[in-house]
Design a binder for this molecule. Sequence first.
Ligand code: ACO
Ligand code: OAA
Length: 370
Amino acid sequence: MTVAKGLEGVVAVTSEISSIVDSVLTYRGYNIDELADYSTFEEVAFLLWNGRLPSKAELDQLKRELDENAAIPDALLEQLKIFPKTAHPMSVLRTAVSALALYDDEAEVQTVEANRKKAIKLTAKIPTIVTAFARIRQGLDPVAPKAGIGFAANFLYMLNGEDPSEVAVKAFDKALILHADHELNASTFAARVTTGTLADMYSAITSAISALKGPLHGGANEQVMATLEDIGSLDRIESVIQAKLDNKEKIMGFGHRVYKDGDPRAKHLREMSRQLAEQKGNTLWYEMSTKIEQLVYEKKGLKPNVDFYSASVYTYLGIPRDLFTPIFAMSRVTGWTAHVLEQYANNRLIRPRAEYTGLTNQSYVPIDQR
Ligand SMILES: CC(=O)SCCNC(=O)CCNC(=O)[C@H](O)C(C)(C)COP(=O)(O)OP(=O)(O)OC[C@H]1O[C@@H](n2cnc3c(N)ncnc32)[C@H](O)[C@@H]1OP(=O)(O)O
Ligand SMILES: O=C([O-])CC(=O)C(=O)O
């Protein structure tokens, strides 16, 4: 047996959803650069689920469905109130999404129609869960979703309890587009493995959220901000980064399993960080980020991935750093559910092999003789 450690280079499924070829990322054949500049998150969600861009009527219908499904069950809201306020929001989200299944009469219904509805319900409810817990832990009342303002605006509205600026909505919407899907990343693979057993969609998305949480994957965006805050000033960058590299520590937000020559999403987030820094009149996080980018490239030849500049973007948008990964989930749930639908449509159990390297020929010894 040949072992591909970390399954590097292994092609495990065929998929029509997103592709990465020569560092170009496309969703359903559309270059991410074009989608980031001209599309909206809702349009991208429709594209991922249906394989084509929506008509105006279809887009309006999807927006209506997202609005109609944004509220979460009262019982779940009550649970969010009794969770420890110190819990990590990703742990809360993982638990809450798992619990959502209990309140969906169609959770175990496996028709295409029921599963498509579940994709919309999950996408609609995750922002409500994330913002409700974010407020509850601060001693504030959750803010109910507002219909008709759009997905990105509704998140910022529910988080802060006031209408967001147009600049903030546009930047946040773009960040959501950039995170929506990414071929067979670890969390999508987790979702597909769970789906491969024919478990329900809530189970698959709970698996995906669990995989996204880790700092080698989606959890890196929170760690990037922790690094920026720990360093704290431009003049400390060189010594701190050098010390991390000397200790063989990973620099969060750099490197990628697939992109060895840079992540095409990073340039959009870098530019968004620059613009927001100027608008806020606080360029520290942006300047620190560009200096770290330059240094890590000089010292290790590594380029930033999607998580690196998203950290300063979200910080400029006033979002607490432990919500960065839940925000990633809020967008990626569209990609995850598209992959779940694709897996159901052409399923085969995903079950690779392991090369056994443990002891052999052991004879059982009764416990009193060990
Ligand atoms: C949305 C996303 O999931 S994007 C990725 C988010 N994760 C991060 O930003 C965490 C930091 N980055 C990493 O840990 C890695 O680059 C990963 C996990 C993204 C990719 O990992 P892999 O493809 O397994 O690469 P691997 O970890 O084997 O790295 C290859 C070499 O580059 C080095 N390297 C890779 N990334 C980094 C980094 N961020 N900082 C320092 N060194 C790094 C490794 O130490 C290794 O060096 P070596 O050959 O001298 O031992
Ligand atoms: O593809 C990966 O391995 C990680 C990644 O960038 C993503 O999930 O967006």
